[in-house]
Design a binder for this molecule. Structure first.
Ligand code: GDP
Ligand code: MG
Length: 162
């Protein structure tokens, strides 16, 4: 069994784009509509020193349920399966209240967490990181999943934790 890394975060922060960059496939659905990924998607990342499974946690699977409940459900699935949790946040949106709720749930798992501050393209990287420094996550890395920048560093940071 390969070790598992889960990508977790609010809808539209770039989880599926990161999944694509890591797995170099078009398996994960990327769209401008938040919550378009209906299920979790699995792929194998083979670009690092050793292979691992990436789980792209989706957002919404039904319109009848509330956003918070569905997000929490996806986070719980990811926590169960993964050895390392990559917490993806959006540098353009900044720190949102829902980020805090997701992080609280991730922390309860006791599993290692890496914060990936995505969409830093065109932004001041240090400013973008500083906004999320209050999370107190030791490994907080800048990322531009859409431009495949920062993915190698993210993989290198995650591998020793697996
Ligand atoms: P998900 O809901 O978290 O899976 O987010 P997606 O991967 O579907 O991306 C949501 C939107 O953000 C899409 O329009 C992406 O093109 C865009 N996006 C993703 N990564 C980046 C990035 O690094 N920079 C910028 N500027 N946009 C991004
Ligand atoms: Mg998605």
């Amino acid at each position: 069994m390969l070790p598992v890394i889960a990508l977790v975060g609010r809808p539209n922060v770039g989880k599926s784009t990161l999944f694509n960059a890591m797995t170099r496939s078009r398996d994960a659905l990327v769209a401008d509509m938040p919550g378009v990924t209906r299920d979790r998607h699995y792929g194998v990342c083979r670009t690092g020193a050793r292979p691992f499974v990436v789980v792209d946690t989706g957002g919404l699977s039904g319109v009848e349920e509330g956003l918070d409940a569905l997000t929490a459900q996806q986070v719980r699935f990811a926590i169960e399966e993964a050895q390392v949790l990559v917490f993806v946040v959006d540098a353009r949106d900044g720190l949102m209240p829902q980020d805090r709720h997701i992080l609280d749930e991730l922390r309860r798992s006791g599993k290692p967490i890496i914060a990936a501050v995505n969409k830093t393209d065109g932004l001041d990287e240090q400013n973008a990181l500083a906004e999320f420094a209050g999370f107190g996550i030791a490994i907080t890395l800048p990322l531009s999943a859409a431009h495949n920048r920062g993915t190698e560093d993210l993989i290198a940071a995650a591998l020793p934790l697996l």
